[in-house]
Design a protein around this ligand. Structure first.
Ligand code: C2E
Ligand code: CA
Ligand code: CA
Length: 277
């Protein structure tokens, strides 16, 4: 029994410490990146469903280690959340995105910019004040900023959440409910939370042309959102077939590789310049 126990211990221990080592390494990389400006944002076009014109961009974080992307957001965002680093990283991303949108506005390409907000960042005291000072400091027209919040983020805010959401909207900033359809309470959330738009999760979009039930659910979500006067954005659109289905179902905006992958700001600006000629 003793030997077995020891074997059990020996079998599990290296794996566990390996996982800790991996997240430890990511934590170190994140701290270094924050201090040395190795975080960056990429921008993915958001297009209107009718004409496919670019109407906005979603800012997505990238982490560079010696110029290389060693970790994806799905790897480093959870570590940033666990360590609390997401508060500084998220603030950096918000300011950087607002500065970029302000530059595009000045260059004659007024462009709405969407920024993801993490639960911890949102519940952290002073979120509104920080947002307000970033808007003042960058001079960005608040109606060009949209915050993407998930159900998890909205749940994290406690009793004051609705008040905070209202305050943000009163400041002129738009709110969208991200990853819609993946949570537990999505439908009731639409009624309770003052959001302008909802984003249909990529997993739904992926299956709409394969699976009749997913197609029916997605159509129903779009119809309901429209009847509540919300914009509906489909994310992860990769094929013409998906795009056609979503447009016919009444989706107002789309995002996905079909229209453009996340890209550097300079490339995005080239796309904008091409658009206006
Ligand atoms: P998300 O907010 O759902 O962002 C959409 C993700 O889908 C992005 O992954 C994007 O690159 C990817 N994507 C876009 N179009 C397509 C497509 O047509 N097909 C496929 N397969 N994927 C597509 P990314 O950039 O790796 O980001 C992953 C997640 O990390 C984001 O999911 C978001 O939850 C989080 N994240 C990224 N940047 C930030 C940030 O600044 N702050 C916070 N809190 N979270 C962020
Ligand atoms: Ca998002
Ligand atoms: Ca998503």
């Amino acid at each position: 029994v003793k030997t077995q126990g020891r074997h059990g211990y020996c079998f599990y221990a290296p794996e566990m410490s390996q996982r800790t080592a991996a997240s430890q390494r990511i934590e170190n990389v994140l701290r270094h990146a924050l201090a040395h400006g190795e975080l960056a944002l990429q921008y993915q076009p958001k297009v209107d469903a009718k004409h496919g014109h670019i109407v906005g961009a979603e800012a997505l974080l990238r982490l560079y280690v010696n110029g290389e992307e060693l970790f994806t957001p799905d790897q480093f965002i959870p570590v940033a959340e666990d360590t609390g680093l997401i508060v500084s990283i998220g603030t950096w991303a918000l300011r950087e995105a607002c500065l970029q949108a302000r530059t595009w506005q000045r260059n004659g390409h007024p462009m709405s910019i969407s920024v993801n907000v993490s639960p911890l960042q949102f519940q952290y005291a002073g979120f509104y004040e920080r947002l307000d000072s970033i808007l003042n400091e960058t001079g960005l027209d608040p109606s060009l900023l949209e915050l993407e919040l998930t159900e998890r983020t909205m749940m994290s805010g406690g009793d004051g959440t609705i008040r905070l959401l209202r305050r943000i909207r009163q400041r002129g900033v738009r709110l969208s409910l991200d990853d819609f359809g993946t949570g537990y309470n999505s439908l009731s959330y639409l009624k309770h939370f003052p959001v302008d738009a909802l984003k249909i999760e990529r997993a739904f979009v992926r299956d709409i042309t394969q699976d009749a039930e997913t197609a029916a659910i997605t159509s129903a979500i779009i119809a309901m959102a429209r009847s509540l006067n919300k914009d509906v954005i489909a994310e992860g659109v990769e094929t013409e077939m998906q795009s056609r289905f979503l447009r016919d179902a009444g989706c107002s905006h789309m995002q996905g590789f079909l229209f453009g992958a996340p890209m550097k700001a300079e490339q995005f600006e080239e796309r904008l310049a091409a658009r206006s000629t």
